[in-house]
Design a protein around this ligand. Structure first.
Ligand code: DGJ
Length: 736
């Protein structure tokens, strides 16, 4: 007993050691070391004065040390030491052939930039390291901060012009990460409207893989996240290095395997059409590029990210150290009514939603201006008097009287040419004077970089929230940029729009948060077009896709969770057959597909039968009981739905391992094959867990209660009746 206590104390002490961070500088070797969680990150000043990356990976021993950084040698006369050496933040100059972190044109036409270490200051959880060009007064401060539990590192840079003339920044990364030569698999997320979150896994080859958005916003087509695994893709084992950019504008991440097989990942503002003029004395702050490491495969990497996002990225509305609660179960009117909203119709939906046990009623598009179709109204944010003759108050009161809070759809950055706003201010949109203005969904993008537009947007949102008891805004954004002109600025400065627009978006969100701290937000962009760690500092949840087909959602949700926590992953149950694939599925299947994230109902529930209502009510009640485990627990993707898999399954385990929830799905049973025995993960082997079905039946011989070891080693067998097309089952396991 005594020995056990000593051992337990030792284990606790060592786990506490990993929940601490340390930042140390060895002045003799000029080596910086940052430790946090199970991670160490090391870089040094080499004899030339460059900052050179030395190590990124599993946490090293406290007494381990590094000698002074030694630059890589020249590789023949074609590849200089400068280009071969993995630098922390390299300027384009001195014969660099790999991706620069910073590329500059000086006022006299000189474009050579070579950054050397100048000084540093230490913080509790990292360093600020100052670099400077070897001749010119251009300073770059690199910021490093490590999060003590996850070991996730936040890196960014501040560029400062102390020259007497302006300089133009043509390429500005937030950070660059480096890995030594090895066989790697690159993971990244791509997609399109209604088809977001496709996980691509491919061997890393020599050359450069570019993941980017040139669209002014994050984009559906690629997401600013990457993961690199050593060896073949593996969910449960192996080393994974991952990163995500906190930026909602045009972005780029390049993954290069260079001429010596070293890997570099450089990410930040997209250099396409970029040109940021920095006047004497001015600074530019880059977004943050987060980076992390896990020794436990892709599953381990995403679990680290999920907890980091909940604990350190998402808005903490109840106080700085109070992580967000699971999301309310919502009802959203979009698929039921589209823009055909009115007081009576919304009240009828609200009554049905309340009967189901929904917590929040959200009225979507159509309530404002002359909005009957998507051809008119955007920009005119007054309540439509024909649809809501007494304003929004009667509907909001009704929703409150039913025990729910009220949310509303807005699309603040857009305008329809058919609107009072556009008739009054045609110059407020992104445009090149004298050129056509390309419409998409018959709308144009307001130039939020303009101070007057920023004031207008902040003003109407503030008024809306002040005059109405609104708990939640669904903030939509339904097109990408075209003709991104900003003719208020001198011609050579107009490209600043790529940065200023997003900075103003963030500052509006900041100010709204200050004035209306309780109002929650969803980031939506025609589905998942604006999901990134930048917007998630302001948004409590995101809309992953307009495609709510429950089967398609399984793969989308699988992809989504590689980068983002289920806490923010809204998932609505909509009608069957679904408009996307004309696929019919049972309500149970649709409910269980959505219950893996933050649940919502988006169907026309006025048409639901009493049986449908009873099924949804029962499952919403079940969901409420286990929701914290599902959305904030450790997620294990047990069987992937990708690549046409016949089966799929996910499992979540709460923090103290007292509860777990398992979801199982069958695409189409073939040749009578039963669902494979499902070995669970993450449980405490010694704890006894009781299995309770939420939906479906386990095999008859399944014990009612068994140890974590039993569920993990023996596994769960399903009843033979679990066969067919689009079948779903779910179970909870509770500590006995
Ligand atoms: C696109 C969103 O993704 C939908 O959910 C809906 O809000 C429509 N816009 C409304 O126009």
């Amino acid at each position: 007993m005594k020995a056990f206590t000593a051992l337990a104390a030792l284990a606790l002490a060592s786990s506490l050691a990993f929940a601490q961070s340390a930042a140390t500088f060895d002045p003799a070797a000029k080596v910086f070391r940052i430790d946090g969680g199970h991670v160490s990150y090391v870089f040094g000043v080499n004899p030339r004065g460059e900052l050179q990356q030395l190590y990124w990976g599993g946490r090293l021993g406290a007494t381990d040390s590094f000698p002074e950084a030694k630059p890589m040698p020249d590789w023949a006369s074609f590849d200089s030491s400068y280009t071969n050496t993995p630098q922390e933040y390299v300027g384009w100059g001195a014969g660099l052939f790999s991706e620069p972190a910073l590329k500059v044109t000086f006022a006299d036409g000189n474009r050579d930039l070579v950054l050397h270490y100048v000084s540093h200051s230490k913080t509790d959880d990292g360093f600020d390291v100052v670099m400077k060009d070897i001749r010119r007064e251009v300073y770059v401060t690199l910021h490093y901060r490590i999060e003590p539990v996850s070991g996730i590192l936040a890196r960014s840079a501040t560029i400062e012009n102390r020259e007497k003339q302006p300089i133009t920044l043509e390429q500005v990364a937030a950070a660059a990460w480096a890995l030594p030569p090895a066989h790697y698999t690159l993971n990244y997320l791509t997609g399109r409207w209604a088809g977001e979150w496709t996980l691509t896994q491919e061997p890393l080859h020599p050359g450069e893989r570019v993941i980017e958005s040139r669209r002014g916003t994050t984009g559906h087509q690629a997401n600013p996240w990457f993961a690199i695994q050593e060896g073949a893709p593996d969910e449960n084992h192996g080393e994974v290095w991952f990163g995500a950019l906190a930026w909602s504008g045009s972005w780029r991440i390049t993954v290069e395997q260079d001429q010596l097989d070293e890997v570099r990942v450089t990410g930040g503002f997209n250099p396409f059409d970029f040109g940021y003029v920095l006047h004497p004395g001015e600074k530019l702050e880059t977004p943050i590029f987060y980076g992390g490491y896990s020794a436990h495969g892709m599953g381990g990497a995403s679990r680290l990210l999920h907890h980091f996002e909940v604990d350190h990225i998402l808005p903490h509305r109840a106080g700085p150290n109070v992580p967000p609660k699971p999301r309310p179960v919502i009802y959203n009117s979009w698929e039921a009514t589209e823009m055909n909203v009115n007081e009576a119709g919304q009240m009828a939906l609200a009554e049905k939603a309340a009967a189901l046990g929904v917590d929040r009623f959200v009225m979507d598009d159509g309530w404002f201006g002359q909005r009957k179709t998507d051809h008119a109204g955007l920009g005119d944010w007054y309540v439509n008097p024909e649809k809501f003759p007494h304003g929004l108050k009667p509907l909001i009161d009704k929703v409150h009287s039913l025990g729910m809070d009220f949310g509303l759809w807005v699309e603040p950055e857009m305008v329809n040419p058919d609107s009072d706003l556009y008739r009054k201010h045609p110059d407020w949109v992104l445009n090149f004077p004298g050129r056509p203005r390309s419409e998409m969904r018959t709308q144009l993008v307001l130039n939020l970089a303009r101070p007057d537009v920023k004031e207008y947007v902040l003003g109407f949102l503030d008024k809306l929230l002040t005059e109405n008891d609104i708990a939640f805004l669904k903030w939509d954004y339904n097109r990408n940029w075209s003709e991104p002109g900003w003719d208020q600025l001198p011609p050579n400065e107009q490209k600043k729009v790529y940065v200023a627009f997003i900075q103003n978006l963030y500052s509006i969100l900041d100010e709204l948060h200050r004035r209306h701290p309780k109002v929650e937000l969803e980031s939506c962009s025609g589905g998942g077009g604006r999901v990134d760690l930048g917007i998630l500092k302001y948004a409590d949840e995101v809309w992953p896709s307009d495609n709510t087909d429950p089967f398609d959602r399984l793969t989308q949700q699988d992809g989504f969770t590689y980068a983002y926590t289920p806490q923010v992953m809204m998932a609505w149950v909509t009608d069957s057959p679904h408009w996307m694939n004309l696929r019919a599925t049972s309500l149970e299947y649709r409910m269980l597909s959505s219950m893996q994230g933050s649940l919502g109902i988006g169907a026309n529930i006025t048409k639901w039968t009493p049986e449908d209502m009873a099924t949804a009510k029962r499952l919403i009640a079940d969901y409420h009981q286990v929701q914290p485990t599902i959305v904030q627990g450790d997620l294990y993707r047990l069987i992937s739905p990708r690549n046409g898999s016949e089966f799929s399954a996910t499992q979540t385990v709460n923090k103290d391992r007292s509860q777990s929830v398992v979801f199982l799905f069958i695409h189409s049973t073939q040749e009578g094959r039963l669902f494979p025995r499902l070995k669970l993960q993450g449980l405490d082997p010694k704890t006894e867990y009781t299995l309770t079905p939420i939906e479906g039946k386990a095999a008859e011989q399944t014990p009612a209660t068994a140890s974590g070891a039993w569920w993990m080693h023996h596994g769960l067998d399903m009843d033979a009746s679990f066969r067919g097309d689009f079948k779903a089952a779910a179970f909870r396991l509770d500590k006995k």
